[in-house]
Design a protein around this ligand. Structure first.
Ligand SMILES: Cc1cc2nc3c(=O)[nH]c(=O)nc-3n(C[C@H](O)[C@H](O)[C@H](O)COP(=O)(O)OP(=O)(O)OC[C@H]3O[C@@H](n4cnc5c(N)ncnc54)[C@H](O)[C@@H]3O)c2cc1C
Length: 398
């Protein structure tokens, strides 16, 4: 590790990897530090990504794709369901990734572009000059390195410290965290091309249960529930165990992960003097679906592009870096975050009876491209009463 770089990227997830690659490709000197000993593990993800979303960043390759998905099945509390087959897969379904390999592939592309990658390297504290972020102290193998950078890109995930160090309020209220538990379950009978989403306030309060096939009779099966709903005997893992016991009693469980997903609004500001904040660290995971891989890559790329202009213009002030904040908010991703936050809030006002009638109403519907927006429009069209109760939601979908 050298003493100074144009850009220091903190975090080797999809957001950090794409940011490092983009900045390095533009000719900047880039150091990416990842606190874990290896990239991509442990996996804390259901690994689903839309086809179009993946294609925007990387050519699909069998080495990091576990399964190709063309169907979404939405199951209601009473067990009735509706199925959507996707001709143009849209944003909701496409692939189940193998993130152990995928994350490494993204990092490899960053290294290939010229970024220096250091693992087992934790950003322990920021270097500050007044309020300005000028780098970070990196701890690696018991040693401390002072790394100065013109711009720091904080891609340090949902537990991000960097934004807080810059004085930005990153608190997520318990009511806006989904606590999740997921098993990798083997030897089960499933439709290998269909993602299943089960909704029930009794079985997954304030969240949903997912079954994402990984090929060879194996799937990621998980549940997310609202942080406020969790308690003794009703933790995410308890709900998951009950679901597995009922639906896949003979499945062989080979992995357990637990993790949190923010379902709040994005940070009020995602730039400060010398600092850009991306992906989960900026609270950019989708508040409705919990998906954040694409948003991390998208914001990582935008952050790096902004850093490149700022470094080339010799102005890395907050004022200059806020161009990034503006750009992502005005993008399709930014608009989808606003829409999906409103849909999530509306969803939390439903109950199991309403969920059942929504699922029943959708049983004969066909949707060309499976996106949240198209789905919500179809649901509101089929349920005029719901549309009347939620006029603002209808307006947002236009
Ligand atoms: C149970 C679960 C299921 C999910 N399923 C899906 C899904 O199916 N599809 C989807 O799109 N998204 C899903 N997500 C969300 C998705 O995993 C994240 O949105 C995505 O990984 C965000 O990428 P990121 O680069 O912002 O952060 P991360 O992938 O979290 O990467 C951040 C990295 O920063 C490192 N780091 C943290 N602090 C430091 C430090 N101080 N110094 C150095 N390194 C540091 C961490 O070790 C980590 O590797 C799921 C999340 C959970 C918890």
């Amino acid at each position: 590790m050298n003493g100074s770089y144009d850009v220091l990227v903190v975090g080797g997830g999809p957001g950090g990897a794409v940011a490092a690659r983009t900045a390095a490709e533009a000719g900047l000197s880039v150091l990416l530090v990842e606190k874990r000993p290896a990239i991509g593990v442990p996996v804390r993800c259901a690994e689903g990504i839309g086809k179009d979303h993946l294609l925007e960043f990387i050519e699909p390759d069998p080495k990091f794709i576990s399964a190709e998905i063309d169907t979404a099945v939405f199951v209601g509390p009473d067990g009735e369901n509706f199925t959507l087959k996707s001709r143009s897969a849209g944003e909701l379904i496409g692939y189940t990734l193998n993130r152990k390999v995928f994350d490494r592939e993204l990092i490899w592309k960053a290294a290939e572009a010229g970024a220096e990658i250091q693992t087992h390297a934790r950003a322990a504290e920021p270097i500050l000059e007044g309020d300005r972020i000028c780098g970070a102290v990196i701890e690696q193998h018991g040693k401390r390195f002072t790394i100065r950078a013109k711009v720091v890109i904080a891609a340090d995930g949902v537990e991000s410290k960097f934004a807080k160090w810059a004085g930005i309020d990153t608190t997520i209220p318990l009511s806006e965290i989904e606590t999740c538990a997921q098993y990798v379950v083997n030897d089960i009978d499933i439709d290998e091309k269909a993602n299943r989403f089960s909704f029930s306030f009794e079985d997954a309060p304030g969240g949903y249960i997912w079954v994402f096939p990984k090929g060879n009779r194996c799937a990621n099966i998980g549940v997310g529930i609202l942080g406020t709903k969790s308690g003794e005997g009703c933790r995410a893992r308890d709900y998951l165990d009950r679901f597995i016991e009922k639906n896949y009693p003979n499945g062989k469980i080979t992995e357990l992960i637990v993790g949190g997903i923010s379902v709040c609004r994005p940070l009020a500001e995602t730039a400060a003097d010398g600092l850009l904040i991306t992906g989960d660290a900026a609270r950019l995971s989708d508040p409705l679906t919990g998906c954040g891989i694409y948003n991390a890559m998208f914001s990582g790329k935008l952050a790096a592009e902004t850093a490149v202009s700022a470094v080339k213009n010799g102005d890395t002030s907050k004022k200059a870096l806020m161009a990034y904040d503006k750009a992502w908010r005005e993008s399709g991703m930014g608009k989808a975050l606003v829409r999906n936050y409103a849909v999530k809030e509306a969803f939390l006002h439903l109950n199991d009876d309403k969920l059942n009638s929504i699922i029943h109403s959708m049983q004969n519907r066909k949707i060309e491209e499976i996106s949240v927006r198209n789905l919500v429009i179809a649901i509101l069209n089929e349920n005029p009463q719901l549309a009347k109760e939620m006029p603002a939601l209808l307006e947002l979908m236009r």
